[in-house]
Design a protein around this ligand. Structure first.
Ligand code: PMV
Length: 323
């Protein structure tokens, strides 16, 4: 049966919405070029409160429209000609860490604006959130924003699950499907090194267009396809092998970092597998813990200088916070 995700209902201001961050298990970067990706929403969220104001302000900053591209793109796309509002945000997702802070910000703010302008179905919200993020970043796929909107596990351009929606750019289309959550606990760890998603995406794009690039993209595609199938059947041993292989490919296209390599090494005795997650070049890693060694894994990563979180998939995507 096709899963019907609830629409964002119409409300009048003040409106508040929250959205989860995300963790990419397979296929980051390659998804920008049409290959499959597997992502899940994590139980770290961002919440936005939108209330009537005297000027457009974000967390009391009256200049935010000028210097925050995500805020500007959200307003231009979902609050065009709207009255001045005061937006306040609270987030548990580290910024520029590869854990979906910008997608969660965009999804919850776009949901709140859309609610205050008559409501919106979820497929349209996924499209709108992608347009906002792409508008701000200039590059990228809809994987992050669709996961923040859908919650749970989702695949992009692969897998046998129900189609949730398609998202399109001028020259490209991605299909977003539901993937069954195998019920595992994961650990993500932020290296403390912020980086630009757009710069990493452009660098990988250049690498994939160079000699040997198409073969690498093909291997990314195979790993993600097999990985989605392994997650669907709850085959942890195969997932671990494919996670490691995916990291090798990401290293090969130049987006690992000595700190990420050190964290992966520190995690190894308590992890079945680890890889960088998100755009890389800094940012975070994700590990599949050896069952029963979750706390040891967290300790190892903290001792190695990272900010670790035990995460579970968040089954709910963006939602209004009704008061
Ligand atoms: O590092 P993040 O959270 O911005 O994730 C980027 C994921 C990429 O595949 C590298 C880009 C994208 O938009 O899909």
């Amino acid at each position: 049966m096709t899963e019907a995700l609830p629409a964002i209902p119409a409300r009048s201001l003040p409106v508040s919405a929250q959205a989860p961050g995300k963790c990419i298990v397979f296929g980051e970067h390659a998804v920008v070029h049409g290959a499959p990706e597997l992502v899940f929403a994590i139980d770290l969220t961002t919440q936005a409160f939108v209330s009537p104001g005297t000027g457009m302000r974000l967390n009391s900053d009256g200049e935010a429209l000028a210097h925050n591209a995500y805020f500007r793109a959200s307003v231009e796309t979902a609050w065009k000609d709207g009255p001045p509002v005061e937006v306040r945000t609270v987030s548990r997702i580290p910024k520029s860490a590869g854990l979906g802070s910008s997608a969660a910000f965009v999804a919850c703010l776009t949901a709140a604006f859309s609610s205050a302008t008559g409501g919106l179905d979820r497929a349209a919200l996924a499209q709108r959130s992608f347009e906002v993020e792409r508008g701000a970043q200039g590059v990228g796929s809809p994987g992050d924003t669709s996961t923040s909107v859908a919650g749970g596990f989702v695949s992009v351009n692969g897998g046998p699950g129900d189609v949730l929606w398609s998202v399109h750019a001028a020259d490209q289309r991605w299909q977003v499907r539901r993937v069954t959550d195998p019920g595992w606990v994961w650990v993500v760890a932020y290296s403390g090194i912020p980086r630009s998603t757009a710069d990493a995406v452009r660098a990988v794009g250049a690498r994939l267009a160079a000699p040997g690039g198409p073969e690498l993209l093909e291997e990314f595609r195979r790993v993600a396809t097999d990985g989605i199938a392994a997650v669907e059947r709850g085959d942890r041993a195969s997932v671990a092998i494919l996670v490691r292989r995916n990291h090798e490919l990401l290293r090969e296209v130049g987006v690992s970092h000595p700190r990420l390599e050190a964290l992966i090494e520190a995690a190894a005795p308590a992890a079945e597998a680890s890889k960088l997650t998100g755009a890389g070049a800094g940012g975070s890693i994700v590990s599949l813990p050896v069952p029963g060694k979750e706390t040891e894994l967290v300790r190892r990563l903290a001792r190695a200088g990272a900010l670790p979180f035990v995460v579970r998939p968040a089954p709910l995507g963006v939602s209004l916070v009704e008061s």
